[in-house]
Design a protein. Structure first.
Length: 151
């Protein structure tokens, strides 16, 4: 199969999309996210952001932290054909953070710091920034430095 990031010749895209769709329908998490990406980009299938998000949700609900973080970004910024929704962004960032995703921890820290989608809570924000920084997240390290702190 052909994965994201690899060179795909145009005539192979439809075949790859078909295989990803079949595997996605069978519940294969990586195939669900890859088929979602193909739908998002219109590679091998007609572009359909809403359907892409549906596939991302299926993968995220099975515990894929990368997709959970991606959905957080989609909802935070109103990308991917969804309306901005900070509470939904926080939900997906929380799921990814619980799986150890440092970027999601940092984004969740930002939401708590700003009170977006969650109650404003500086102590909780700091906890997430510290955890993310300890996992090597540069944006969290920068946030801590701006506060005069280190992990």
């Amino acid at each position: 199969m052909i994965e994201e990031g690899h060179c795909v010749v145009d005539e192979q895209e439809a075949t790859a999309a078909d295989w990803y769709r079949k595997a996605a329908e069978a519940g294969v998490v990586q195939a669900q996210s890859n088929f979602g990406l193909m739908l998002m980009k219109g590679k091998g299938v007609p572009k359909d952001e809403r359907a892409a998000v549906d596939w991302f949700v299926r993968a995220a609900e099975q515990g894929d932290p990368d997709v959970q973080n991606w959905l957080g970004l989609c909802y935070q910024d109103g990308r991917c054909g969804v309306a901005p929704d900070d509470a939904e962004a926080a939900r997906w960032y929380t799921a990814a953070a619980e799986s150890g995703d440092p970027d999601a921890m940092s984004w969740l820290g930002t939401l708590y710091k700003e009170g977006r989608g969650v109650p404003k809570d500086d102590a909780r924000a700091l906890e997430y920034f510290m955890a993310a920084a300890n996992a090597g997240c540069q944006s969290a390290l920068d946030e801590l430095r701006n506060r005069g702190l280190s992990p």
